[in-house]
Design a protein around this ligand. Structure first.
Ligand code: PEP
Length: 250
C-alpha cells in the first residue's frame, strides 16, 4: 500500500509576509501527523523562514529547483548541499516550466537528479507531454523517453526511491485538468514502463498527478489506482484549498 503524497509548488509567488501567513495556516490545519505525506515548495528566498515554521510539524520542506553543480562560480545557482542545509528534504526536478522556459533537457534533468540524491534530497521528478505531442500520438514516446533517461542515468532503485509527478503540460495552470481516466492511463503506463525493469520497485514508487488539480477534483483523481497524490500549483497558494486536497489524499 503506497502512502499518498501531496506537494505544493508555490512557484514564484508570495512576499515573506504572505509566505509565512500561508505556512502558519497550513501548519495549524494539517496537524503533526497527517494521513498523507505533505510537502510545500516555496521560492528559494523564503525557504529559511518557512523551514523554521514547519519544524516539528507534519509538513516537510521542498525546493522547486537546484543546480547540477556542487559549488563555485555559478552565479544565481543553489546547490543540493545548500538546500539540505536549510532544511529541505525534497526538490522538484524537471518541471515543465524549467524544461520549456529555461531549456532544461533530459541530460540536465538527470544531472540534477543525481546531484539531489548525493545530498540526501528526494527528487520529485516531473514528466509530461504537450498538447501537440498528445494530439500527434507521441505522448507515450515522450513520457517513456523522459523516464528512460533517468532510469539509465540513476537506475531503477533510485528512480523508485524518488517521487514521480505526471504533469501534462496542457493542464498546468490552464484550468484544463486531465480527466481521472486520462491521468490513470498515463500513470499506469509509467508504472508498467518501470515494471518492465523491476516490478517490485514499480509497485512501490509514488506517482503524483499535477495539472489544475484543485479542492473539487482531487478526491476523484486520487481514487484512481495508480494515482498516489498530487503536485499542486495554483491551489497550493490558498490554505483552505490545499488543506482540502491533503484531506482528499488521507
Ligand atoms: C504545477 O505547476 O506543478 C502545477 C501542477 O500547477 P497547477 O496546479 O497550477 O496547474
Amino acid at each position: 500500500m503506497r502512502r499518498k503524497f501531496v506537494a505544493g509548488n508555490w512557484k514564484m509567488n508570495g512576499s515573506l509576509e504572505s509566505a509565512n501567513a500561508l505556512v502558519k495556516a497550513l501548519v495549524a490545519s494539517v496537524g503533526s501527523s497527517p494521513a498523507a505525506d505533505v510537502v510545500i515548495c516555496p521560492p528559494f528566498i523564503h525557504l529559511h523562514s518557512v523551514a523554521g515554521l514547519v519544524k516539528d510539524s507534519g509538513i516537510s520542506l521542498g525546493a522547486q529547483n537546484l543546480s547540477d553543480q556542487e559549488a563555485g562560480a555559478y552565479t544565481g545557482e543553489v546547490s543540493g548541499a545548500m538546500l539540505k542545509d536549510v532544511g529541505c528534504e525534497y526538490v522538484i526536478i524537471g518541471h515543465s516550466e524549467r524544461r520549456s522556459l529555461y531549456g532544461e533537457d533530459d541530460a540536465l534533468v538527470c544531472k540534477k537528479f543525481l546531484h539531489a540524491r548525493v545530498h540526501g534530497l528526494t527528487p520529485i521528478l516531473c514528466v509530461g507531454e504537450s498538447l501537440e505531442e498528445r494530439e500527434s500520438g507521441a505522448m507515450e514516446a515522450v513520457i517513456a523517453s523522459q523516464i528512460d533517461a533517468v532510469l539509465a542515468a540513476a537506475g531503477v532503485e533510485a528512480l523508485c526511491d524518488s517521487v514521480i509527478a505526471y504533469e501534462p503540460v496542457w493542464a498546468i495552470g490552464t484550468g484544463m485538468t486531465a480527466t481521472p481516466e486520462q491521468a490513470q492511463e498515463v500513470h499506469a503506463f509509467i508504472r508498467s514502463r518501470i515494471a518492465a525493469v523491476d516490478a517490485a520497485a514499480a509497485a512501490k514508487v509514488r506517482i503524483l498527478y499535477g495539472g489544475s488539480a484543485n479542492a473539487d477534483n482531487a478526491a476523484t483523481l486520487f481514487a484512481q489506482p495508480d494515482i498516489d497524490g498530487g503536485l499542486i500549483g495554483g491551489a497550493a497558494l490558498k490554505a483552505e484549498d490545499f488543506v482540502t486536497i491533503c484531506e482528499a489524499a488521507a
